[in-house]
Every structure is written in structure tokens, then in C-alpha cells.
Design a protein around this ligand. Structure first.
Ligand code: MG
Length: 460
């Protein structure tokens, strides 16, 4: 029997799960050099017909030992191969949903949103080997749970490492019941969790799996709601103290009272942050019964240009495609929209007809990282900038960091501040560096770890 070469796989030993490590130890377990010397001496003597009767018995005993050991080694090798094959084809076994409550920014989308309302749901996808992928959907738990009832039969038993194919299957299979809306929001959370799993299974960060790094850091903008001038000043100073070099202000009372108030708010903001901090303004035109049209938007855009505002967001209702085309043509500041659109097909006319300068898909709503990435490349082909929207959790922000790292065009990521869902939900919270940049996590998957205590505190 020839000696089977020793399997060397030391580079992987440290991160092997217990059963694999034990098998590898069995495979590498060998006889001592003295044992082999003794064995070969007897084999040579046999070849020269010099074996005595006791030596012959001894050689039979050693051969028996060797055969038994090789059988064991082969069995261990087969088991290890089987285990490793399984670890590369992990299957989805269960989903866990946690709605977030108690930390919603006061005011939120609309007047009637309370801090206790849940508008974000954490989605965890668990594989048959116990690996967990984490995603985030910007929709209440009740809606995600209802969607998951529809999606679960399509998910359980599916591969956990093919996010693009699997989430397109979910989308196509729920076309009649779930086209866009809450079902797409739920698919978004699942898609992000599947990208996290894909990365963990292949031991690569999501940005690399999305095609590779165009950048490894990006400037976040502190995102907050407008307020009356005095408290607005205070909020801005706090955001600067947290290290933000770009800030977006949005919604009430801007656009809801009169143009004098609008200009006072923007002037207050510019005076407070100084000339070197980037300022963006979000009218919040996706609020119900938005009263303004093209002329208000154009007039306001001209005022914003006087204060060096970087972009004007949702100046019109989200479906006013023709209005956006006109506004983009004539406004002196870049025009942005896209946060409420779902599925890549909804973005297509805004991009192909150059209705915006900046497109803003929200990966926790529009269809996950998969759809955002497709939208990002379509935007790039049309010379349109991408800035992801995120009224977000730290999980959604991590996804945005990987997305923007893997696209040739991306300007910023949105960073809701202050927000416990950003600051507490992961064990290593994101913070701007001294230059005001966030770095894309480098660990496998999204590169984050859930803080289970915080999840318990805010979870419903
Ligand atoms: Mg917005």
C-alpha cells in the first residue's frame, strides 16, 4: 500500500467549524518517523527474503495498523469533502423578523408618526448549518411578516448563496400579489440578508462580490428634519460635533408655510455650518397631498443656489416624471429623487429620460442590494449620480457602504442622525473619521455584527 500524502490545510484550520477541524486532525494524524523506519526496514528485508518468522508476524501487524489507519483517513477525507461541499451550498432553513420601535426620529415621515411606531424591520435568514445573514427592510414588521407568509415557501430549502437569482424568483413569483410596495420592501430585507450570507459563505466582503471596489470610503451626510430656526441651529451644531462634513435638512416646516420661512431656514443653516460644510435640502414631496408644482420648485431651486446647496430633493411628488424633466433642465441646482420607487423598472424612465441629476434608490425598499446595484449601473450609463436613500438602520447603512463601494459613481451615503437604530444596533457602530468619511467594512458579508442587547431593547 502506497503512503497517502499528508493533507495540509493549515491556512483554513483556524476558521474551520469544530467537526471539520476534528476530521482534519484525523487526516493529518500520522505515524512517527521511527514507525516508518521500522516498517520500511521490514519491507526491504521481505523483498530480500531475509525476514525471520517473528519479523514476518511483526510486518503483518504493522501492515494491519497501516491499513486500518488509511481506511480511517479515507473515511475522514470523504466526510470532510462532504461537509465542505455542504458549507458551499448552504440552504435556507428559517427567517426571523424583528420590528424596531422606540427609537424612531420624532416627526419621521409625517405628523402622525410616533417614536414608538415601527417603520424598520430587521430580517435574519438562517441556513441549515446555522449561519445567519442580516438584512433590513424599511417597512413595519406586520407588513414584512405578511409578505414573508407569501414568500416563505419559495425560500425554505433554496440556496443561501445566490441572492440575485433567488430574489428575482421571489419578485417574479409574486407578481400578481406583490408588484412593488410592501412585498418588494420585504424582498429587499431578504436580499440584503442573502448578500450577507453569500459573503460569509465565500469569506468575502459584499462589495467585492458585487464586482469590486471603486472606493473604500465615502462621505456620509447627516440627515435630519428641519426645525424652527433656534432649535435648527442647535441640531446642526450637534451634527457637526458628531463629525459630519455634509448635512441634509428635510421636510417640515420647509415648503409648508411660505417662501420667506424657507429662505430663513436655509440661511440659518448656512450661517451655522459655515461655507465648507455641504448642505442639501429635501422638500419631502412624497408627503401626502403635496401642494406644490413646477413653478414653486423652480423658484425655490433658485433660492437654494444662492446658499450653495448641493442638491434639491423631492421638490415634486415622486410620480411627476414630466415635472422632474422640466425642473432638471432649468433649475440651477442638481435635482434628486427616487426614495419611494420600487423595482428597477420604476427607475428606468427617470434615468433614461434624464429627469434627475441624482437618483436615490433605497436598498431597504427598492429590491435590496441587487436592484440598487442594477439601478446604479443604469444611472452610470446615463451619466447620472447615485446617492442611496436610507431612513435607516446600521444594517441598511452597511449595505449602502458596500453598494457605493462597488459602483463607479456614488457621492454620499445617508446617515440618519441622531438615531439609536444607527448608533446602537451593531457591535461596532459607524462613525465619521476626522475627514468626515465612513469606511466600508472589510469583514466577510456586510462585515457587521448585530448587538443582540440593543435588538432586545428596540425589538418587537
Ligand atoms: Mg428624502
Amino acid at each position: 500500500m502506497s503512503r497517502i500524502s499528508v493533507v495540509r490545510d493549515r491556512g483554513r484550520d483556524a476558521r474551520l467549524p469544530g467537526p471539520q477541524a476534528r476530521l482534519l486532525k484525523q487526516i493529518n494524524q500520522g505515524f512517527t518517523d521511527a514507525w516508518w523506519a521500522h516498517y520500511h526496514k521490514l519491507v526491504e528485508k521481505r523483498q530480500d527474503c531475509l525476514l525471520s518468522a517473528p519479523e514476518h508476524r511483526e510486518l503483518i501487524r504493522l501492515t494491519d495498523q497501516l491499513e486500518k489507519r488509511e481506511v480511517k483517513r479515507l473515511q475522514a477525507l470523504l466526510k470532510l469533502a462532504k461537509l465542505r461541499k455542504q458549507s458551499l451550498t448552504q440552504l435556507m432553513k428559517a427567517l426571523r423578523l424583528t420590528g424596531l420601535s422606540g427609537g424612531t426620529v420624532e416627526g419621521g415621515w409625517a405628523d402622525d408618526l410616533k417614536p414608538d411606531d415601527d417603520i424598520n424591520t430587521i430580517v435574519e435568514v438562517i441556513t441549515d448549518e446555522g449561519l445567519i445573514g442580516v438584512g433590513s427592510a424599511m417597512t413595519s414588521k406586520a407588513l414584512v411578516a405578511a409578505a414573508v407568509r407569501l414568500l416563505r415557501p419559495l425560500l425554505i430549502g433554496e440556496r443561501a448563496d445566490e441572492p440575485m437569482r433567488v430574489t428575482e424568483k421571489l419578485r417574479q413569483s409574486t407578481f400578481w400579489q406583490g408588484r412593488g410596495g410592501a412585498v418588494e420592501h420585504a424582498i429587499s430585507g431578504i436580499d440584503i440578508a442573502l448578500w450577507d450570507l453569500f459573503g460569509k459563505i465565500t469569506n468575502q466582503p459584499v462589495a467585492r462580490l458585487l464586482g469590486g471596489y471603486y472606493r473604500d470610503k465615502i462621505k456620509p451626510y447627516g440627515s435630519m428634519l428641519f426645525a424652527e430656526p433656534e432649535s435648527l441651529r442647535e441640531k446642526l451644531l450637534q451634527a457637526l460635533a458628531r463629525g459630519f462634513k455634509a448635512i441634509k435638512l428635510g421636510w417640515r416646516p420647509f415648503g409648508r408655510r411660505d417662501s420667506k420661512t424657507d429662505e430663513l431656514l436655509v440661511r440659518t443653516a448656512r450661517d451655522t455650518v459655515g461655507p465648507d460644510v455641504e448642505l442639501m435640502v429635501d422638500a419631502g414631496g412624497s408627503e401626502q397631498f403635496w401642494p406644490h408644482g413646477y413653478k414653486w420648485a423652480l423658484r425655490t431651486a433658485k433660492m437654494l443656489a444662492d446658499y450653495d446647496v448641493v442638491w434639491f430633493e423631492e421638490a415634486l411628488p415622486p410620480d411627476d416624471l414630466e415635472g422632474f424633466i422640466e425642473l432638471r433642465r432649468h433649475a440651477p441646482v442638481p435635482i434628486a429623487t427616487g426614495e419611494v420607487l420600487t423595482r428597477r423598472q420604476s427607475f428606468r424612465p427617470f434615468i433614461e429620460r434624464h429627469a434627475v441629476d441624482i437618483i436615490q434608490p433605497d436598498c431597504t425598499k427598492c429590491g435590496g442590494l441587487t436592484e440598487s446595484w442594477r439601478i446604479g449601473w443604469l444611472a452610470y450609463e446615463h451619466n447620472i449620480m447615485l446617492v442611496p436613500h436610507g431612513w435607516n438602520t446600521a444594517i441598511g447603512l452597511a449595505a449602502d457602504l458596500h453598494l457605493t463601494a462597488a459602483l463607479p459613481i456614488a457621492r454620499n451615503v445617508e446617515f440618519l442622525t441622531p438615531s439609536p437604530y444607527l448608533d446602537e444596533l451593531v457591535t461596532e457602530p459607524f462613525k465619521p473619521d476626522a475627514e468626515g468619511f465612513l469606511h466600508t467594512p472589510t469583514k466577510p458579508g456586510l462585515g457587521i455584527e448585530l448587538n443582540r442587547e440593543a435588538l432586545k431593547k428596540y425589538g418587537i
